[in-house]
Write a protein that binds this ligand. Structure first.
Ligand code: ADP
Length: 361
């Protein structure tokens, strides 16, 4: 099957006076698994429905395989969409649900039988053809919805929060299955989610949206390590964000006045926007934690604090540590018999300067 690209060029869409998509441009590569990630109301579904042809934009272009599909209705775009609620026909068997799109297209009986059989096999439901949707688990219904979409051999697969109705364990299993299937078919896939873990674990690349504006596009690791702005830093993973003022710049090195910390020296090499008012960001695992009353060596910038809360998460413990006016997230890797820090205890934190990112504003 030919792998196709999907592009949005300067797309704007408003409902009445409310602009929902503001100058959205995206370049999705042929065969890519691409996630649209953002909080509720950021415009993800609107953008997906626009690519499908269910929504109309007022400005810009949507191209599939280089062709502007803006004037085309959904059924002429060669896209398949799986909705959040699966939208299966309750009175039809699994087989008939999957066959529906082919029957509509008046495909001959032998082809229909072969294609429906192959689609059901692909999602592991070959022996479930005669069941009705209400005789299936949530995960199986989800697979039927996928089979029904894939059977028409779309060039682009659009998935709108396809896993959100499933419980956590099934969601993790289904996202692996989905990814494996997408890889087998090499089908350009656009996946909407508000769950950053889901996006990070599956997507080749992702776009983060906020208020109808694309904030950043890139591979999950790029967005995590090099967030372009405060919104992305806060939305993709957990980040400590602290307001800071520049007190001095000496040949690339910076002295920052961080509210509640006093002066913080950052060596040359930490990228700093030109503004004098900045936000300093660092991940919870960029902080080392030691008890205040030990002499264990600390790396980086030393910060004294008090443990206010702790959450044991298995692989690590996430502490909330009060440092001046800030409550910092600190992740400490867990080892059986390793150090734990009680709520109320005094600790010392070490902040690795190379892990600090600075944002304008
Ligand atoms: P997301 O998928 O990121 O949760 P949506 O694309 O569903 O966000 O919605 C984006 C914004 O557009 C929201 O503020 C929503 O209220 C608004 N919106 C969505 N559909 C319509 C509609 N048919 N009429 C008016 N406003 C809408």
């Amino acid at each position: 099957m030919k792998k196709v690209s999907v592009q949005c060029r300067h797309v704007r869409l408003a409902y009445g006076k409310t602009e929902v998509l503001k100058d959205v441009s995206l370049d999705i590569q042929p065969g890519e698994f691409f996630a649209l990630l953002g909080p509720s109301g950021s415009g993800k579904s609107t953008l997906l429905r626009l690519i499908a042809g269910f929504n109309r934009h007022q400005h810009g272009e949507v191209l599939i395989d280089g062709q502007d599909v803006s004037p085309l209705p959904p059924w002429q775009r060669n896209v398949g969409m799986v909705f959040q609620n699966y939208a299966l026909w309750p009175h039809m068997t699994v087989w008939d649900n999957v066959a529906f799109g082919l029957v509509e297209r008046k495909v001959d009986k032998a082809t229909l039988k072969a294609k429906v059989g192959a689609a059901l096999e692909l999602v592991g439901l070959s022996s479930y053809g005669q069941r009705r949707p209400n005789q299936l688990s949530g995960g199986q219904q989800q697979r039927v919805a996928l089979a029904r979409t894939i059977v028409i051999e779309p060039q682009v697969l659009l998935l709108d929060e396809p896993l959100s109705n499933l419980d956590k364990t099934l969601r993790v299993q289904m996202r692996q299955e989905l990814l494996a299937m997408q890889r087998r078919l090499g089908l350009t896939t656009i996946f909407v989610t508000h769950d950053q873990e889901e996006a990070m674990t599956t997507a080749d690349r992702m776009a983060v949206l906020d208020k109808g504006v694309v904030q950043q596009v890139g591979a999950p690791v790029t967005l995590y390590d090099e967030p372009a702005n405060i919104f992305v830093a806060g939305f993709v993973g957990t980040t400590n964000l602290l307001p800071a003022r520049v007190r001095a710049r000496q040949g690339g090195a910076l002295t920052l006045d961080v509210a509640g910390f006093g002066d913080v020296q950052l060596p040359a090499g930490v990228q700093a926007p030109a503004s004098d008012t900045l936000t300093m960001g660092f991940r919870p695992h960029a902080l080392q934690i030691e008890a205040a009353n030990t002499s264990a060596p600390l790396q980086g910038i030393a910060l004294p604090g008090t443990v206010e809360a702790s959450e044991f998460l298995g692989e690590f413990t996430r502490y909330s540590v009060r440092v001046g006016s800030h409550a910092l997230h600190v992740d400490h890797p867990h080892q059986a018999g390793g150090a734990a820090f009680a709520v109320g205890s005094a600790v010392r934190l070490g902040l690795e300067a190379s892990q600090v990112r600075l944002f304008a504003g």
